[in-house]
Design a protein around this ligand. Structure first.
Ligand code: GAR
Length: 209
């Protein structure tokens, strides 16, 4: 099984969805660590109660690089192959992201490329959009700009507030994220993915005649 470290900052409901999905059937990943920049994050207590290793390292009073290094150490010690961000509300330093590129996923509560950054639900409602949603994407140094792996659209209904929309989007996230992570860590077994990589390789080869 692929080993994943989940990074959280808050409630950790997506982390919980990842953990419970990992215990059903032959899920191709297992959660080996839940780490947070906030020792009080409710998700940490839940992970501990579930018997999962936890790590907390507050970011106050230290540089971004030093904090990222502490998180990365914990991830490596746990033996994780992938980092899965689930409501981790810190921007990561470029070096850290580059070392994990292709092995770090995030879930963002909008239909990317719409509404990168914060307050996604308020912005979708204010724009009069018919739908909000959520996107699972690869993490790259540019914020919320990596390749989108999967999305779910969620309708915005009359009377919605950012809070009510966020709750509805979270329901969709809890379905989407475990499935997207499972598919991603098993991508080697997907013929379409393999063909695409072979095609890329072939196109990158120098012309021979
Ligand atoms: C989720 O909706 C996630 O998409 C969002 O924070 C929430 C975390 O909820 N992430 C971001 O906004 C990242 N920029 P949770 O702690 O209950 O999983």
């Amino acid at each position: 099984k692929a080993k994943i470290a989940v990074l959280i900052s808050g409630a950790g409901t997506n982390m919980a969805a990842l953990v419970y999905a990992s215990r059903i059937g032959d899920c191709p990943y297992e959660v080996v660590l839940v780490a947070s920049n906030d020792a009080q994050a409710p998700g940490l207590a839940l992970a501990a109660a579930e018997g999962i290793a936890t790590f907390a390292h507050p970011h106050k009073g230290m540089t971004r690089e030093a904090h990222d290094a502490a998180m990365e150490d914990a991830v490596r010690q746990a033996g994780a192959d992938y980092i899965v961000l689930a409501g981790y509300m810190r921007i990561l330093s470029d070096d850290f992201v580059e070392r994990w590129q292709g092995r770090m996923l995030n879930i963002h509560p909008s239909l990317l490329p719409l509404y990168k950054g914060l307050d996604t639900h308020a912005r979708a409602i204010a724009a009069g959009d018919s739908h909000g949603g959520t996107s699972v994407h690869l993490v790259t140094p540019e914020l919320d700009a990596g390749e989108v792996l999967a999305q779910v659209r969620v309708p915005i209904v009359t009377g919605d507030t950012p809070h009510s929309l966020a709750e509805r989007v979270k329901l969709a996230e809890h379905q989407l994220y475990p499935r997207a992570v499972a598919e991603y860590v098993s991508r080697w077994r997907n013929p379409a993915w393999l063909l695409e990589r072979l095609r890329e390789r072939a196109l990158a080869l120098p012309e021979t005649s």
